[in-house]
Design a protein around this ligand. Structure first.
Ligand code: HSE
Length: 350
């Protein structure tokens, strides 16, 4: 039986949910997928670090987090020790799920680099390293003969990146446009029903969609990172963050929304990229009043969708959750499944 040893870097909602899936569904997953998963290291800003090559008792680790206890009381350390844990632990795969830093991607970029340099594969849900250092880290993974997977960086576990990379073989991708931020889509929808902007944001925060600083959602920074990732990964655009024009929804007024409704239009925050005739790629995010029969106009609430413009099929649209603990933890699992498929030569998901 193949068992992959994994290290969880960051023990917040996403990696905690992955640990719960392993603890509660490990046997089923093994039967379905042909491999087992064993957690051998966990690091966390609040809990410190725990390294147990024989396998961590997840029922104990999952109980920690609510109080002042740290891993020090359970055979580990109160210090995070990320570099030494990542470099020296026995994990085959590092699951990186720390916070996204849109400025320089740190500390997640270093987490990924340390892992790849020490011959460990990485899966991450973190937009920072992928958007800001994606090409460099992919090349580092290749040099070290390991994998760097990041399906969860865009639209959580909804298959987008891998689907487009693998299933559009033989097609020419001309561009894409999408609703890539659930919070702003939810806010625009609630404003259409008459709620004011601030109240709609508060609702989105209560429902857990919005980032702690909702400006990341509302002002388009989150979508800017996602567009950058999709443009570089799928269109080989070679763009930097500054190349992706950004405008959020704070300029959309209730009157704009009422006027659009009278004219058969609906405001959406659209992230897009398109290949130009000269081969360059233009990418951006901005609010757009879409006709109601546009494929993205009916995408409501916190749902995300991305429509790919292909030469042989025309538009191909993928819609699904763009956030959530379970949905994002599944993205990590899908990354590990993809690594296993490559390792075993299986075609599906490889
Ligand atoms: N806060 C984001 C959203 C989810 O509202 O879609 C994470 O990217």
């Amino acid at each position: 039986m193949t068992t992959y040893d994994i290290a969880l870097i960051g023990f917040g909602g996403v990696n905690r949910t992955l640990a719960e899936l392993i603890a509660t569904r490990g046997e089923t997953l093994h039967a379905d997928l042909g491999f087992g998963l064993r957690v051998v290291a966990i690091t966390d800003l609040r809990l410190g670090s725990l390294v147990q090559p024989e396998g961590i008792d997840l029922s104990i680790a999952l109980k920690l987090g609510g109080g002042s206890e740290t891993f020090a009381e359970h055979g580990g350390s109160a210090d995070t020790n990320n570099e030494s844990v990542i470099r020296t632990c026995t994990a085959d795969i590092i699951c990186e799920a720390t916070f996204t830093n849109p400025d320089d991607g740190e500390p997640a970029v270093s987490h990924v680099r340390w892992a790849l340099e020490s011959g460990k594969s990485v899966c991450t849900t973190n937009k920072g390293p992928v958007a800001l250092r994606g090409a460099e880290l992919t090349s580092l993974a290749e040099q070290n003969g390991v994998h760097f997977e990041f399906e969860g960086a865009v639209m959580s576990g909804t298959p987008v990146i891998r689907l487009a990379k693998k299933m559009f073989a033989g097609l020419k991708l001309k561009g894409f446009e999408g609703i890539l931020n659930g919070t702003s889509n939810y806010v625009l929808g609630r404003m259409e029903t008459g709620l004011d902007f601030e109240a709609a944001i508060s609702e989105a925060q209560e429902l857990g969609y919005a980032e702690a600083n909702p400006a990341a959602d509302i002002e388009g920074y989150d979508v800017q990172l996602k567009v950058l990732i999709l443009a570089n990964e799928l269109l080989d655009a070679g763009l930097e963050l500054k190349d992706v024009q950004r405008q959020g929804i704070s300029t959309v007024t209730p009157e704009n929304i009422r006027k659009a409704a009278r004219e058969g239009l609906r405001w959406k925050l659209v992230g897009s990229a398109r290949r130009n005739l000269d081969g360059s790629v233009t990418a951006g995010v901005s609010p757009v009043a879409l006709p109601l029969d546009h494929g993205l106009a009916g995408v409501s609430g916190a749902t995300n969708a991305v429509s790919f413009d292909t030469d042989l099929l025309g538009p191909v649209t993928v819609s699904g959750p763009g956030a959530g603990r379970v949905e994002t933890a599944y993205a990590l699992l899908s990354d590990i499944i993809a690594m296993h498929a490559v390792r075993t030569g299986a075609a599906a998901n490889a």
